[in-house]
Design a protein. Structure first.
Length: 78
């Protein structure tokens, strides 16, 4: 009977070691992914600001040739 308990205990300890190892790798992966998401958020903000800056520059250089709805003539089929 002692042999069965020893064998079961060893299996449980082995499983627990494997689970602890997997958990450690998962924690590391989650931290890495979190860092990447944070970096991507910063990159997206920079790109958005650059887009806003370019949009402003473009509107200053070449004002829109499109007329407002109130200035447009109705389409010919009206």
């Amino acid at each position: 009977m002692a042999n069965i308990n020893t064998n079961t205990t060893e299996k449980l300890l082995t499983r627990m070691d494997e689970l602890e190892t997997r958990l450690a790798f998962q924690d590391e992966l989650i931290e890495t992914l979190s860092d990447q998401v944070a970096q991507q958020e910063l990159d997206i903000r920079k790109l958005w600001e650059a887009k806003q800056h370019l949009k402003k520059q473009l509107s200053e250089i070449a004002p829109s040739n499109l007329k407002g709805e109130d200035e447009e003539a109705p389409p010919p089929h009206y």
